[in-house]
Write a protein that binds this ligand. Structure first.
Ligand code: SAM
Length: 200
């Protein structure tokens, strides 16, 4: 696969530097790999997504890719992290990448923040059309239940670590696969990506 690893020349020099340096500590910060990041980037552009939500910011590696795709679609990204030190690093990285103006970092438990968002969101236009789940693997099923009411019809859910943490994410995979409102596929990309289209 190595020869298919995307190069970083879609980014400016400073952003490339940040991404390269974050890739050196990928394991420590549990970041997605570059191929997965590029895959998500392509999904956002292809569907012209406008409003994204990420659960699990860490140091912002995936956020730089997602945010850069939303910059191209004139969209926005909300990203949730409960570890303040990680969130601060991510915010600095978003500034360097020049995408901090379109990203809303939310500090706190994904459960609380998703519940708050559900209270705030009143119209279909305010809902999210793209979600990336990449936090506590056992909690994926709960994130999904909280996300569902705040996703538009036609939204795409992507979730990471589906093959690397197969047992932990099993309840989520079963729930979403059996949900008639969603069309779901697991792909052997990176640590395993689940892709699910909200059709109803
Ligand atoms: C796998 S890392 C995210 C990596 C990031 N998406 C990337 O690829 O650059 C998961 C992050 O989710 C955070 N996290 C885990 N459970 C959470 C929860 N319930 N609420 C908020 N953040 C959570 C962890 O602190 C961790 O930084």
């Amino acid at each position: 696969m190595e020869k298919y690893t995307p190069n970083l020349n879609i980014f400016d020099e400073k952003t490339q530097e940040v991404l390269l340096s974050l890739e050196k500590t990928q394991k420590e910060f549990w970041n997605i790999d570059r191929i997965t990041a590029n895959f998500l980037y392509i999904q956002i552009l292809a569907m012209n997504a406008k409003k994204g939500i990420e659960i699990g910011t860490s140091n912002g590696y995936s956020g730089i890719w997602l945010g850069s795709a939303f910059k191209k679609t004139s969209g926005t990204l909300t990203t949730i992290e409960f570890w303040d030190k990680r969130q601060s690093v991510a915010i600095e990285n978003f500034k360097i990448a020049g995408i901090n103006n379109l990203i809303t970092p939310k500090l706190g438990s994904a459960f609380n923040i998703l519940e708050e968002l559900a209270q705030e969101i009143k119209t279909e236009e305010e809902k999210f059309d793209f979600a990336f789940i990449d936090a506590n693997k056992k909690e994926y099923i709960e994130y999904f239940k909280l996300l569902d009411p705040i996703l538009t019809k036609g939204a795409l859910i992507c979730a990471d670590n589906i093959l690397s943490h197969e047992e932990k994410v099993q309840p989520f995979v079963q729930e979403i696969t059996n949900n008639p409102n969603y069309q779901t596929q697991v792909l052997n990309i990176g640590t395993g990506i689940l892709l699910s289209y909200k059709k109803n």
